[in-house]
Design a protein around this ligand. Structure first.
Ligand code: HEM
Length: 340
């Protein structure tokens, strides 16, 4: 079995990657509003399985349960085995197991569930934001140029670079921070959030909502409201900056980092982790790469379409070119990848 941490040689073949991918496909399907009639008509639960073609939603639910259990069990069993063999790399699971020493069955369930949530919650969402960022840089090169100029001021001229950007640089990179916010707004990774159930009768704008109703927060529509974000389809980080180029104090309704991660008790627990990952990913990519439009066989630039799809929203596949900004940055990339 491949190592859990470190370089993943072939993602499609790595069982620890596959198991999450499969479970998340089921999760996305099950979470789609209206995907299963039984969600709206719970009485259908009582239908005997033999009456449903191919076992219907009951057979699907059983398969998804099995896939979910595997996502909990496989990575946990792998780390335990590696620890017993004395070759485990430090990880979320290994540090909890070391702390607990003799975990009770309840501890084990909690550690498994926390690790699986951590991995599955971030496996598709953060990449969705990073791909949207690459699409935006392909379409709006002037934004990339301004962001790279900001980085060059903070890190010094590219010929003298010895390091990549770090979190310590963040406060001096307002434009990059604004790009992070605009990525969260332009392509909200979870555009409808997750289903919530109303715990008591409520009235909203004169509309009675009985206890037990399933409601969805339309994050996408809040972040595309032209009254709050003029020309919402345009990627424009300047929305979040004042006249001096500093980040503005944002009201809650105009802050994608507040809206994009959901609401209430079930708000995304990975929001700070996600914001940090996206920031460092974007800053690093801008530092070392130029992202440009790909060319077709006639040498004409290919302008990608903006087409976001899915319960976890991803841009449809598009073409672009990503090349090191200079020889120095190429060396930095190779060094970070452990190749020099
Ligand atoms: C761009 C990145 C991300 C976005 C936009 C995002 C957004 C969301 C949203 C909208 C929800 C639903 C909240 C609600 O029900 O109101 C959610 C739930 C969740 N997120 Fe994230 N998320 C991101 C990254 C992450 C990461 C990196 C992790 C884990 C490390 C994570 C873990 C979770 C978990 C476990 C839940 C379910 C929480 C629950 O139902 O109690 N997310 N996320």
């Amino acid at each position: 079995m491949p190592r859990a941490l470190g370089a993943i040689k072939d993602q499609a073949q790595d069982p620890l990657v596959r198991v999450v991918e499969i479970a998340m496909q089921g999760f996305a399907k099950a979470s789609e509003p209206g995907a299963f009639l039984v969600d709206n008509f719970p009485v259908l639960r009582c239908t005997p399985e033999w009456l449903l073609p191919g076992g219907g939603f009951k057979a699907i639910a059983r398969r998804m349960r099995r896939e979910l259990d595997e996502m909990y069990d496989l990575p946990y069993a792998f780390v335990k085995k590696e620890m017993e063999a004395g070759r485990a790399r430090p990880s979320f699971i290994s540090s909890y197991l070391e702390e607990k020493r003799i975990p009770t069955p309840a501890d084990e369930e909690l550690i498994k569930a926390a690790a699986a949530s951590l991995y599955s919650g971030g496996a598709d969402t953060t990449p969705s934001s990073m791909t949207a960022f690459i699409l935006a840089m392909t379409l709006w090169p002037q934004i990339q140029t301004r962001a790279q100029a900001e980085l060059d001021v903070v890190l010094g001229p590219s010929s003298s670079w010895t390091r990549l950007p770090t979190f310590a640089d963040r406060a001096r990179l307002p434009y990059i921070n604004a790009i992070v916010l605009e990525v969260l707004r332009w392509n909200p990774a979870v555009p409808l959030g997750l289903a919530h159930r109303v715990t008591q009768d409520d009235v909203y704008h004169g509309c009675f909502i009985p206890k037990g109703t399933v409601v969805w927060a339309n994050i996408w529509s809040m972040l595309q409201d032209p009254g709050v974000f003029p020309d919402p389809e345009v990627f424009r980080p300047e929305r979040y900056l004042d006249a001096d180029g500093n980040l503005r104090e944002l009201e809650r309704y105009e802050d994608p980092s507040i809206i994009g991660f959901g609401f209430g008790r079930r708000i995304c627990p990975g929001m700070f982790f996600a914001m940090n990952s996206i920031f460092i990913g974007i800053a690093t990519m801008l530092c070392v790469f130029n992202i440009t439009k790909a060319k077709d066989e006639n040498g004409e630039e290919i302008v990608p379409e903006v087409d976001f799809q899915g319960f976890i929203s991803h841009p449809a596949p598009f073409k672009c070119e990503i090349a090191p900004r200079s020889e120095e940055t190429a060396t930095l990339i190779r060094r970070a990848a452990g190749q020099v």
